[in-house]
Design a protein around this ligand. Structure first.
Ligand code: AP5
Ligand code: ZN
Length: 216
């Protein structure tokens, strides 16, 4: 199983698809967005610093994010593979990741880019709901929970992310185009990039991702 990177604009379905891959391959998801949101919730030093950037839809500084990932990749559960979700998001992060993995005698096997047009992103993120307890994602129209305010999996309360307001979504899209798109070229130049059409039924997208991973 190659160590994977899942890229794509906000709302591309990275989190949604990652869940399917975790179930299938039994390797952990390393989501910098989830780690940062949990730090914000716990009001840690990192969380307090990160919140101002996240609320604006801006990127949290590279040094902070790189430190989080370097520490997380040392955990035992990452030893037989991992899926990076939402990292790296800048060329600096990509270079730092490469150095870290080299020191650990590891490498990235595949970078999957889930591509979705901006108009679809806005529809998806404005209707997204997330479980406060287990993190399961829903959409009020495209994948609703049976009970509007409760998680089907664990009964937790569903909430809307602070950065899922239209103005913040637009800022996040701009940041993606300017700062994160070049990361795709970084992996393309290494022959590690595969692009996946992220529009369509979630199950079909999962199938295309699995085929890309398993080289069919
Ligand atoms: P992060 O949490 O990484 O957010 P993001 O990249 O903007 O991605 P999202 O979580 O919004 O979307 P997703 O692709 O996971 O989509 P999902 O599956 O939920 O980052 C948040 C912030 O943290 C950043 O803005 C930044 O400030 C900071 N940060 C994080 N990492 C950083 C880094 N490396 N460096 C610096 N700062 C960093 O799907 C979205 C919705 O669509 C859901 O409702 C879902 O049900 C629905 N949906 C999914 N697939 C489909 C489909 N095929 N059809 C219809 N609906 C669908
Ligand atoms: Zn839940």
């Amino acid at each position: 199983m190659p160590n994977l990177i899942l890229m794509g604009p906000p709302g591309a379905g990275k989190g949604t698809q990652c869940q399917k891959l975790i179930d299938r391959y039994k390797i952990p998801q390393v989501s910098t967005g989830d780690i940062l949101r949990s730090a914000v919730r716990d009001k840690t030093v990192l969380g307090l610093e990160a919140k101002a950037y996240m609320d604006k839809g801006a990127l949290v500084p590279d040094e902070l994010v790189v430190k989080i990932v370097v520490e997380r990749l040392k955990d035992k559960d990452c030893s037989s593979g991992f899926i990076l979700d939402g990292f790296p998001r800048t060329i600096k992060q990509a270079e730092a990741l490469e150095n870290t993995l080299k020191q650990m005698d590891k490498k990235i096997g595949l970078c999957l880019s889930i591509d979705v047009p901006n108009k679809e992103v806005i529809k998806r993120l404005s209707g997204r709901r997330v479980c406060r307890q287990c993190g399961q994602g829903y959409h009020v129209e495209f994948s609703p929970a049976s009970n509007a305010n409760k998680c089907d999996k664990c009964g937790g309360e569903l909430y809307q992310r602070d950065d899922d307001k239209e103005e913040t979504i637009k800022a996040r899209l701009k940041v993606y185009d300017e700062q994160t798109s070049p990361v795709k070229e970084f992996y393309k130049a290494k022959g590690l990039l595969k692009s996946i059409d992220g529009v369509g039924r979630m199950e079909n997208i999962t199938e295309n991702i699995i085929n890309a991973i398993e080289g069919k």
